[in-house]
Write a protein that binds this ligand. Structure first.
Ligand SMILES: C[S@@+](CC[C@H](N)C(=O)[O-])C[C@H]1O[C@@H](n2cnc3c(N)ncnc32)[C@H](O)[C@@H]1O
Length: 314
């Protein structure tokens, strides 16, 4: 059964959905599968005032600002109800949303090493609250498609988009495996921080391959290990949804076997507590709580998180 569509966050999401995709699956996802999870966010989203705003999407801190006189305490209180904020930072009407991750560090590692995305059609798989998608718009992308299945992050995205109001960003609030996209549709596909969550990483990379235009580029960011493949017995850094962590060479081989060309590893960085830490806006455990006291191992005794970025062409 499809429930009324007049409830704000739902109609907001429906409006951000691209008409080129199948509406039935979106309606099923929103109104049947996830309706109750969105209820709390919807109540609070409806409280947000309309504000005439301007943006700067081209800086480390994604900025939304306004000349209007605003009740910042009220806004701060509402935004806080959408915690935890993992990705950012954002500055929204001078409220500094200090996310767990300084996401610009990752962005700055790859942006000058990938094919320019100016005027390109791009897909951001597992885009979370949209920090990178907004930066892609700031970089001049023609259209950005954001795929994110988790209601909290989708709701955070809706807050930012309410005030950024970009016309060329489309939200697909679903898992990558569940969405049907046209083949050879994208110039660039970003899969960042998703591969190790997949039980079938090869299928993930194959599906991306089918969606890339000929000559299109995959930008892949994932955890790597120093053995061929690390497959955690139960949890890795207290996360119970981590499956395959390949070595850099193994990942290059996976990409090669699928048919990617010009495969390059463009960055390897150990995650530090400068980049990932607890803040007022993410008040749960963070990196320091996942590592041994010398910070070299996870609490389970695996090597501490090290992440790599790869580019590969179709
Ligand atoms: C570790 S976060 C990475 C977020 C961001 N891409 C980044 O690099 O910082 C993983 C994100 O992928 C989303 N995700 C997990 N499984 C997914 C799937 N099957 N399809 C699409 N997104 C997924 C999660 O909800 C989460 O927002």
């Amino acid at each position: 059964m499809i429930i009324v569509k007049t409830i704000d966050i739902f109609s907001f999401i429906l409006n951000l959905y691209d008409k080129r995709f199948c509406y039935t699956s979106l309606e099923r996802e929103l109104f049947v599968n996830k309706f109750s999870e969105y209820k709390f966010f919807n109540e609070n989203f409806k409280l947000l005032p309309d504000i005439f705003s301007k943006t700067d999407l081209n800086a480390n801190v994604v900025k939304i600002f306004s000349d209007e006189v605003l009740d910042k305490n009220f806004l701060n209180n509402i935004f806080m109800r959408f915690r935890p904020f993992r990705k950012g930072p954002f500055s929204v009407f001078d409220i500094f949303v200090d996310s767990e991750w300084k996401s610009y560090l990752k962005w700055n590692r790859f942006i000058d090493k990938i094919e320019p995305i100016h005027k390109k059609t791009v897909l951001d798989i597992g885009g979370g609250n949209g920090y990178y998608s907004f930066r892609m718009l700031g970089e001049g992308a023609h259209e950005v498609f954001l795929l994110e299945p988790y209601p909290l992050f989708v709701s955070q995205f809706c807050i930012f988009q309410k005030y950024i109001n970009a016309k060329n960003i489309f939200l697909l609030p679903m898992a990558f495996e569940d969405v049907e996209l046209k083949s050879e549709m994208f110039d660039t596909i970003f899969s960042m921080g998703v591969l190790y969550h997949r039980k079938s990483p090869i299928e993930h990379l194959e599906k991306i391959f089918s969606l890339l235009k000929k000559g299109g580029e995959l930008v892949l960011e994932t955890l790597i290990s120093d053995t061929d493949v690390l497959f955690p017995k139960k949890t890795y850094a207290k996360m119970n949804n981590i499956w395959f962590i390949p070595s850099c060479d193994m990942l290059l081989t996976w990409l090669y076997r699928i048919g990617y060309k010009n495969i390059k590893c463009i960055d390897i960085s150990k995650t530090t507590n400068f980049e990932q830490r607890k803040t007022l806006w993410m008040n749960f455990e963070s990196l320091d709580d996942f590592l041994s006291s010398d910070l070299n191992k996870t609490v389970e005794g695996y090597p501490a998180p090290c992440r790599a970025i790869f580019t590969a062409k179709k």
